[in-house]
Design a binder for this molecule. Structure first.
Ligand SMILES: Nc1ncnc2c1ncn2[C@@H]1O[C@H](COP(=O)(O)OP(=O)(O)O)[C@@H](O)[C@H]1O
Ligand SMILES: CC(C)(COP(=O)(O)O)[C@@H](O)C(=O)NCCC(=O)O
Length: 315
């Protein structure tokens, strides 16, 4: 463990972090069927050494927040209803945000004091393609201006005010567009995981909008995770995912990329590298990477998605 007294983070190596798996509480969690039924690309070792201890740390933080809620109620002498704990997950396209979010959702739901975990992705708050085309920014999907941030903030404000039932729009990666007739409903969850490239971004205020409130997505987070990796690895993971989607999802006539279903592996690799270099890499460098040090925890991945070290914000 590296403790630099003047840095806001404690750096923890994989080996040290994995030792947190020795906590007796974790033996209960490691045995649960959910670990075997995750059906995710992670090895059992990666789940046990990295994600199970992470769920334990988060359990401690959520438990502490629940204690604070009880303290507030006792101070006010009234019963304010509980609001969900919100965890943000940020990072580049293809770094593994949605995989991390799904695994944490499963692991966190095994703890008795927070069984209800909702998962929301910020893709749902992208403007529909029709609007992106009108604005001339169809090739800027994922950039700050491609999201309806005001709607995302309204959604989070409703969740964090304890409103029982809240809805969010839904994005389809297959159709590459918002599904106009679908909404995701979340109902009184204990924890909400919000995952997306933009969750730690601070929106530049419009120069004329003097009275626009300076509220950011991350103002609603109790904890945030930035999943980090080197650009050369990210590019490979993006290309691999694209090639495997070409073999599977793109074969469907409903897929936006169906027109590329006939491409050879080599051609789709060339195409995927083009999208990466034109859209996702500049977005990473300009808008995503600069938000890294706003996170409570940074997961530092090496090749093959293995977490090599972690940076935890001193609290
Ligand atoms: N921990 C992991 N181990 C192995 N493969 C992973 C891991 N996390 C993600 N992947 C793979 O990497 C690719 C990108 O992951 P995904 O979760 O879709 O990223 P994001 O949501 O950040 O775009 C997918 O093909 C996924 O299967
Ligand atoms: C909508 C997204 C920004 C979302 O990224 P994700 O949360 O899946 O990492 C991304 O999937 C995307 O569509 N990027 C634009 C370029 C591309 O087609 O990859």
């Amino acid at each position: 463990m590296t403790r630099n007294n003047y840095a806001p983070y404690i750096t923890i190596t994989r080996e040290e972090w994995a030792k947190r798996s020795d906590d007796p509480m974790l033996h209960l969690l490691k045995d649960i069927d959910a670990l075997h039924g995750l059906n995710e690309p992670l090895t059992t070792e990666e789940i046990t050494q990295i994600y199970v201890p992470l769920s334990r740390l988060l359990n401690l933080y959520v438990t502490a927040a629940q204690g604070l809620h009880t303290a507030t109620n006792s101070f006010l002498g009234s019963q304010i209803h509980k609001v969900p704990y919100i965890i943000g997950i940020a990072g580049s396209v293809a770094v593994g945000k949605s995989t991390t979010a799904r695994v944490l959702q499963r692991l966190l739901s095994a703890w008795p004091n927070h069984p209800r975990i909702a998962l929301v992705t910020t893709d749902g708050f992208l403007y529909p393609n029709r609007v992106l085309e009108q604005k001339g920014i169809m090739n800027r999907k994922g950039f700050p201006e491609s999201y309806d941030i005001r709607r995302l903030i309204q959604f989070l404000a409703s969740v964090k005010s304890g409103k029982g039932k809240v809805t969010a729009p839904v994005y389809s990666h297959l159709e590459y567009d918002i599904l106009p007739n679908e909404l995701q409903t979340i109902e009184s969850p204990d924890i909400v995981i919000v995952e997306g490239v933009n969750v730690l971004q601070v929106r530049p205020r419009h120069p004329q909008a003097q009275r626009e409130p300076a509220i950011f997505v991350s103002d609603f987070f109790d904890f945030s995770i930035y999943v980090d990796a080197e650009e050369k690895d990210l590019q490979e993971w993006y290309v691999e995912r694209f090639k495997s989607l070409r073999r599977t999802a793109f074969q469907s006539p409903d897929s936006y990329f169906h027109r590329y279903a006939h491409l050879s592996d080599e051609e789709s690799e060339f195409f995927a590298r083009g999208i990466w270099n034109e859209i996702n890499k500049p977005n990473l460098e300009l808008n995503i990477m600069p938000t890294r040090f706003r996170a409570s925890l940074i997961l530092e991945k090496g090749s093959h998605h293995f977490v090599q070290s972690l940076k935890l914000r001193k609290t």
